[in-house]
Design a protein around this ligand. Structure first.
Ligand code: ADP
Ligand code: MG
Length: 335
């Protein structure tokens, strides 16, 4: 049977935040190069501190720029890093390099988040691409071998989702029933928000924000025991000669990926997968991403925001997606 995808037309789009006026313990801080916000249903301040310490530990382990990180010392990585790399490799192979964790040199060349980024020359891009590619790396029995000594790993597209998933698992082990771990565009949740509990509703409402006006959302997904990861072109970019250059790259061109998508939210039980796939689907563009979803190589759901203003929701999450009241919604339309 053909998959049912629901088209929702809205005036503006994009994704983000979780909501809840609440009495859960809260910590807001900067980590993993983004704003972190943790809401944890606990009386024990130590648990919140331990969650913060965990994100800092993971940041040090996986950072491409921190000197002591595993990523800077590939000859002796921990078991934890190795198994994350294996997972990243599997997604790279399955998405045909749309997600590729070996684009470190390209990411550094563009330096989109740096002080004064500029568009590199064609020549620089070409030379840099020669040092990239998951095919140049083999992972076997804890040993990492690279065919190219200049190859640089960058786990920027997967580390925050991984951290969110890890922290939720750690909190559950400590008996926490309800929590929301937000790391930039990645939100991992367990149990329910205080607001929802008071209304007798299960889960957290993770809002999908409007890219043109971040004070608005286009709707939210009601989820629990999941990670919602968003990749989009509107958050991290620079402008040169009136053109915007964002931070998610297409390795076939060496330039920021240009497709019909503005952003993608991926919803999965697995934080690592949600994060990696949101990047991959964004690079694919809508048609390819839709086919990829239908092939069911991985278990996930997604919300696609297209540049033409339409929003597509995969049918596994449709019933848990609540469009914003004021959004110009036209649905359902089954394809
Ligand atoms: P964000 O980090 O803003 O949440 P993503 O999860 O999509 O967004 O990750 C983007 C980051 O991943 C970039 O800043 C860069 O470090 C790295 N990256 C860029 N393009 C790719 C790609 N095609 N595959 C894997 N990693 C990428
Ligand atoms: Mg990602």
């Amino acid at each position: 049977m053909k998959r049912a995808l629901i088209a929702i037309v809205v005036t503006f789009l994009v994704v983000l935040c979780s909501c809840a006026k609440n009495e859960y313990k809260r910590a807001d801080f900067f980590a993993m190069n983004t704003y972190a916000s943790f809401l944890v249903d606990t009386e024990n301040e130590n648990i919140l501190s331990e969650a913060k310490a965990e994100v800092q530990r993971i940041e040090k382990l996986l950072s491409a720029t921190y000197d002591g990180s595993d990523i800077q010392n590939l000859s002796s990585v921990s078991e934890e890093t190795f198994s994350l790399l294996e997972k990243a490799h599997n997604v790279a192979v399955t998405t045909d390099g749309c997600f590729d964790y070996t684009l470190g040199a390209l990411v550094k060349l563009w330096n989109v988040n740096g002080e004064s980024p500029k568009v590199p020359s064609e020549d620089e891009i070409e030379r840099t691409l020669e040092t990239c590619g998951y095919e140049n790396l083999s992972l076997s029995e804890g040993i990492i071998e690279t065919a190219n000594s200049k190859l640089q790993i960058d786990l920027g597209a997967v580390a925050k989702g991984y951290a969110g998933g890890r922290i939720c698992a750690m909190l559950k082990d400590k008996g926490v029933e309800n929590a929301c771990i937000s790391l930039g565009g990645n939100i991992s949740v367990i149990g329910s928000s205080r607001n929802n509990l008071e209304k007798g509703v299960h889960g957290w409402n993770v809002g999908i924000t409007d890219p043109y006006d971040t004070s608005h959302i286009i709707g939210f997904v009601n989820v629990s025991e999941k990670t919602v990861s968003v990749s989009g072109s509107y958050e991290r970019f620079f402008e040169e000669n009136g053109k915007k250059y964002h931070h998610i790259f297409d390795r076939t061109t060496g330039y920021p990926a240009e497709t019909d998508l503005l952003c993608v939210a991926v919803i999965s039980d697995d934080g690592t997968l949600a994060d990696a796939l949101s990047t991959a689907l964004f690079v694919m563009g809508y048609d390819k991403a839709k086919n990829f979803y239908e092939e069911k190589a991985f278990d996930f759901e997604a919300v696609f925001c297209k540049k033409d203003g339409s929003v597509y929701v995969t049918d596994g999450i449709f019933h848990d997606f609540v469009p914003e009241e004021n959004a110009n919604v036209v649905f359902p339309q089954y394809e």
